[in-house]
Design a binder for this molecule. Structure first.
Ligand code: DQQ
Length: 537
């Protein structure tokens, strides 16, 4: 075929060819996980958008089906954009999605239901004639009115959903209510808005328990839970979330005062991760996050490759016991793809050391490492001028090679033997008065000898207690993606990279330390990752 295999991922979700973007309508229904996603059936750039559909019993091995929703009616003839699934009482799944109804990009909200509930894979979906359910009323910006959420049910028995949008530069999560899931009425007040954040795409709103790691159905509320609101920012092309309180009397969400409600807020991922969406998995009582990673190569390369876009590994999402952030971790099913294991224990890395991790396929690996260090005394000063910068800027000033006190140390992924190419994922510890600042970077600047790549030094701060003098890191390396989890999932960063030398068997994995203080690899486990199978259906 004309599809170029180089840089295609082995165990991340990808269709055989063409463009993909947002994950849509994820759900678990009668023993099967469904993933729909924005898809161009005609090419590897955005356009002609339909809902492609895949099914799985384990979130890792996926089987593609025919597109579930595609333009066919006046209420969606210019496109079937993002949306969500809700399993209604009586075990009846319903999809809400945005239809584009004209060449002016006017947006409405539609529903679709399975044609045949006894089909175990829900292959065919119908769009009843009483669509659209919601049209933009006067005063609403018709071209920024989309991406309905999973519905939740209030104590009054009425369903609620959010639709994302904006008024001028103010981001808005419009709230709609319905008794019967058909007639929807806009609430007078949005669930939440924020000035100067621009259009809110793909809002997501869900509860997390204050205590414990279980996920909750989207309709759970009350004093034992916190709520999370995530929005995708059209202008900056990244997302932020807050944790807060859902005031069910006023039907409003109030972010916790200690958190930043705005584009400088917390992110699920400080790299290439967008249009994400969670769902509640009643099979394992967990909440799972799906996110899309765009390509970082030039558009012409996507056309030449015949494919563009991947879904990142689904992550379970829980509240940090400190209540201040979320914790994410790849779903446990991923571990079934682990093959040959290599490990290291108690290996000291002195300043300048670089040690190869002899994993069989360094281009397709899962690696977990815990570093420890004798003390924090040598941590360098966090320059006061950096307080104004975000993590990414600090990372680009310091990088992986500039010697520090404690760090930089971490992994060199997708590295060529002589380091013409490498993507370092690493920590650097700073002292800021009496506090320590931990910086985590996924620095793609040296990832490829090829020009024209978008390859920033993505970075995030890690709000971790260093009293045990340890830092851990997990990276999922898969040919053109490095998806990393710092401090057991407190800070996550994804980079898309396109090495020219560090491909296939010429890709290497190293651990390194470029700080003056020696650090010890307490434990390191790395595995070759197998390619998932399709399910036979
Ligand atoms: N992608 C969809 C929209 C959504 C955007 C269109 C986010 O519904 O707002 O493909 O990536």
């Amino acid at each position: 075929s004309s599809v170029k295999q180089q840089h295609r991922t082995a165990y991340h979700f990808q269709p055989p060819q063409h463009w993909i973007n947002d994950p849509n309508g994820p759900m678990y229904y009668n023993g099967v996980y469904h993933l729909f996603y924005q898809y161009n059936p005609k090419g590897s750039v955005w356009g002609n958008i339909v809902w492609a559909h895949s099914v799985s019993t384990d979130l890792i091995n996926w089987t593609p089906l025919d597109p579930a929703i595609f333009p066919s009616k006046p209420f969606d003839q210019y496109g079937c954009w993002s949306g969500s699934a809700t399993v209604l009482p009586g075990n009846k799944p319903t999809i809400l999605y945005t239809g584009i109804i004209d060449a002016n990009n006017t947006q409405v909200q539609n529903y679709a239901v399975p044609a045949n509930l006894s089909d175990p894979y829900l292959r065919e979906w119908v769009k009843p004639d009483d669509n659209p359910l919601i049209v933009p009323q006067i005063g609403i910006n018709k071209t920024a009115f989309r991406d309905p959420t999973t519905a939740w049910k209030g104590k009054d028995g009425h369903w609620r959903i959010l639709v994302g949008g904006r008024r001028k530069h103010r981001g808005i999560a419009f709230l709609y209510r319905s008794r019967d899931f058909k007639k929807w009425v806009k609430a007078k007040h949005p669930l939440h808005t924020k000035a100067e954040t621009g259009n809110w795409e793909c809002p997501d709103f869900f509860p997390v328990p204050k205590i414990g790691l279980k996920g909750l159905d989207t309709s759970v509320m009350g004093t034992n839970v916190k709520h999370v609101l995530k929005v995708s920012l059209d202008v900056t092309r990244y997302e932020y979330y807050t944790i807060g309180t859902y005031d069910t009397k006023k039907d409003r969400y109030v972010p916790d005062k200690t958190l930043v409600d705005g584009w400088k807020g917390l992110r699920y991922d400080y790299g290439n991760f967008y249009a994400s969406k969670t769902f509640f998995d009643p099979n394992k009582n967990r909440r799972i996050l799906w996110g899309w990673a765009n390509e970082s190569d030039p558009v012409q390369d996507d056309i030449d490759k015949g494919w563009a876009g991947i879904q990142l590994i689904p992550r379970t999402i829980t509240l940090d016991p400190n209540g201040k952030q979320l914790i994410q971790w790849p779903v446990e099913e991923l571990e079934r793809l682990r093959g040959q294991n290599v490990y290291m224990i108690n290996q000291v890395l002195n300043k300048g050391d670089r040690v190869e991790v002899p994993v069989g396929t360094a281009a397709q690996a899962d690696v977990e490492v815990t570093f420890n260090f004798p003390s924090l005394d040598s941590a360098e000063e966090f320059e006061p001028s950096w307080r104004k910068l975000d993590a990414q800027d600090v990372c680009s000033e310091t990088g992986s090679t500039v010697e520090g006190g404690l760090g930089p140390f971490g992994l060199l992924t997708l590295a060529s033997e002589n380091l013409e190419e490498y993507t370092p994922v690493f920590f650097r510890v700073f002292k800021d008065g009496k506090k320590y600042v931990v910086l985590m970077c996924s620095d793609a600047r040296r990832s490829s000898l090829k020009d024209g790549m978008y390859n920033p030094s993505f970075a995030g701060f890690v709000d971790v207690d260093l009293s045990d003098k340890k830092l851990s890191l997990r990276s999922l390396v898969d040919h053109s993606v490095v998806e990393s989890f710092g401090a057991n999932g407190k800070t996550c960063i994804t980079s898309r990279v396109y090495p020219t030398i560090a491909v296939g068997d010429n890709a290497h994995l190293y651990v390194f330390n470029n700080g003056t203080t020696s650090v010890t690899i307490e434990t390191l486990d790395a595995w070759d990752m197998k390619r998932p199978d399709r399910m036979n259906i």
